[in-house]
Design a protein around this ligand. Sequence first.
Ligand code: RIB
Ligand code: CA
Length: 314
Amino acid sequence: MTTPLPIIIDTDPGQDDAVAILLALASPEFEVLGITAVAGNVPLARTEVNARKICELAGRPDIKVFSGAIRPMVRTLVTAEHVHGKTGLDGPVLPDPKMPLQSQYAVDFIVETLMSRPAGTVTLCTLGPLTNIGLALVREPRIASRVKQIVAMGGGYFEQGNVTPSAEFNIYVDPQAARLVFDSGIPITLIPLDCTHQALTTAKRVEAFRKMPNNSGPAIAALLDFFERFDENKYGTDGGPLHDPCVIAWLLKPELFKGRLVNVAIECESELTMGSTVVDWWHVTKRPPNATVIRSVDADGFFALLTERIAKLA
Ligand code: RIB
Ligand code: CA
């Protein structure tokens, strides 16, 4: 077996974040160096607790969980309780965590890890607003040349937006942080709505989790029962998009995904289009390519990978 890939998961759990974290913890290909919570779907006080609840659900109280930014870098925080519920993990009843929250500030953990580990070895998997990463870049600009890659769920181009007509939630919440990240020169793979809207939690796929003989499977089914209702009503589909696990699945099986190296620019001025990801898909500008934007996923292959791995959890 090759050496596990060291990753930091930056997240705002969130039911789909929870499934992504469980997939990562079920996959020996990764060494999860830490999980850094950020304000997003729900306030930070809940996302950091949720991250620890998920680690304990996976039987991994050893994972280091850090608390990060309580609000975006410039804008005021916008949350999404209408999608994720008041707790952010509505659906199953998950016990309050017993594992400790790390005392170190998440941004300092990100900087310290990147500055102490060999350059080009640590991957950042971002599942929420990019505030922690933006703050880390300001705190220590030298990390930009030391990050192996960022794999980020966020943005939308052909699918446009989900929180406004033109902006996806993660980018919309903190567009200034996103601009810092996309201007940083760090290799980025962006997994936007164009891809995640193809990964629908159909009834058949959710049943596969519900009947698993472990704790995580049925808990995921309960999380998805709650999470999907908003998007099912909005899009009239069987199931809702399962956004964040696509980040982890891309690292595990990139062949399931297709994309293109292009320039991505972030709107930070217009209130009308604030947070939109302007993707130069047809190379009509001279803006240099700065991200591989994923436009499609083999949804059956994605769910086969997801169920195969989750079934291995305690
Ligand atoms: O727009 C989808 C993204 O916003 C996902 O990461 C979801 O968890 C929310 O954070
Ligand atoms: Ca998220």
